[in-house]
Design a protein around this ligand. Structure first.
Ligand code: NAD
Ligand code: TYD
Length: 342
């Protein structure tokens, strides 16, 4: 089976490309290589038979239409997105452009090409903050609170409309917070691992009691493979890690695993519009496909820390000038002293 993967040079997309290629899928990977796209994440497949990289923007209709016409993939797995909430607060433009217009462009091209499966990779953040003890189901209302989650909710609704209106056989998946190797160090877990390894302050937003459900990236990719195989067109599937933890607890575990003191924790100004709790039920996916998360948070975190420890060159190269500027803009605005930023 041939897949067009978008955003396959990013964190989750590259894990999916490695897994799907390893399982015998032929892959065409379309990626713009933004700050988050990294060809080094694909060294395992680069140059191998059945893998091709196309450098380009999902908003480029002529490129996308030409690619579908020429490659004729059986399915599209759509990861490409601007993905970081804090960046969406600082500069939302690219989020609307890539996440909404880019998804629209792909849907139009898929409709014209008669693509038989379209898997739209979305997020539990579209449900907004969920009051305990409720777990969001696929039927819950969308109440996004950040420009990131609003742009993803917009793209989810476009996908729905292409199924309802044009019969495009599309599914939407909504995963909880992912972690694992190759994650860009702007997200909580890799950022805290690197700061702990380097004895720099670990910036916790607000009181650190916000709750996230942690999903190991390979469990997410296995779920996507199950959806590709067994998902029903027009349906939405939640993908949760079944491991809810408060941020402060995650940060403490990182410090303990890296062997650093809790005095490195620094409470900083909270994120505006910060969702207090994400929680979702994956019962539908589990019942329909038999999928379940396999990697415990303890094992996943140890593996992730081991990976970052073993890849100092990767870390050095992703910390570009752009990254340092983002870090200073995000964290000095929250009260981390200039001398404490990168
Ligand atoms: P990422 O930021 O690591 O990677 C995004 C990739 O998309 C990069 O390779 C980037 O170059 C590419 N890209 C961005 N704009 C593009 C464009 N206009 N055209 C082509 N390529 C473009 O993101 P990620 O964490 O791997 O997330 C992948 C997907 O999964 C996203 O759609 C995200 O919303 C969703 N998701 C992420 C999480 C998470 O915890 N990271 C959880 C649930 C859902
Ligand atoms: P993040 O990894 O940005 O994912 P999301 O906002 O998509 O859930 O953040 C996870 C949680 O960690 C979120 O509640 C914000 C918090 N956080 C911090 O406390 N400090 C940080 O430096 C970062 C990046 C996140």
């Amino acid at each position: 089976m041939k897949l067009l993967v978008t955003g396959g040079a990013g964190f989750i997309g590259s894990a999916f490309v490695r897994m799907a290629h390893g399982s015998g899928f032929e892959i065409v990977n379309l990626d713009k290589l933004t700050y988050a796209g990294n060809p080094e994440n694909l060294e395992a497949v680069e140059g191998k038979a059945g893998y091709r990289f196309v450098h380009g923007d999902i908003c480029d209709a002529a490129l996308v239409e030409g690619l579908l016409e020429e490659a004729r993939p059986e399915a599209i797995v759509h990861f490409a997105a601007e993905s970081h909430v804090d960046r969406s607060i600082l500069s939302p433009d690219a989020f609307v452009e890539t996440n909404v217009r880019g998804t629209f462009t792909l849907l139009e091209a898929a409709k014209k090409a008669g693509t038989r499966k379209f898997c739209h990779v979305s997020t539990d953040e579209v449900y907004g903050s969920v009051e305990a003890p409720h777990e969001a189901t696929e039927e819950d209302a969308l109440r996004p609170n950040s420009p990131y989650s609003a742009s993803k909710a917009g793209s989810d609704l476009l996908v729905r409309s292409y199924f309802q209106t044009y019969g495009l056989p599309a599914v939407v998946t909504r995963a909880s917070n992912n972690y694992g190797p190759y994650q860009f160090p702007e997200k909580l877990i890799p950022l805290m691992i690197l700061n702990a390894m380097e004895n720099r302050p670990l910036p916790v937003y607000g009181d650190g009691q916000q709750v996230r459900d942690w999903l190991y990236v390979e469990d997410h990719c296995r779920a996507l493979m199950a959806v590709l195989e067994k998902g029903r067109a027009g349906e939405t599937y939640n993908i949760g890690g079944n491991r809810s933890l408060a941020n402060l607890e995650v940060v403490r575990r990182v410090l303990e695993s890296v062997g650093r003191p809790e005095t490195l924790i620094q409470y900083v100004r909270d994120r505006p519009g910060h969702d207090r709790r994400y929680a979702l039920s994956s019962a539908k996916l589990m019942n329909e496909t038999g999928w379940a998360p396999e990697v415990s948070f303890e094992d996943g975190l140890s593996e992730t820390i081991r990976w970052y420890r073993g890849h100092p060159g990767w870390i050095e190269r992703v910390r570009s000038k752009e990254y340092r500027e983002y870090y200073a803009a995000n964290y000095s605005g929250r009260g981390l002293k200039k001398s404490e930023t990168l």
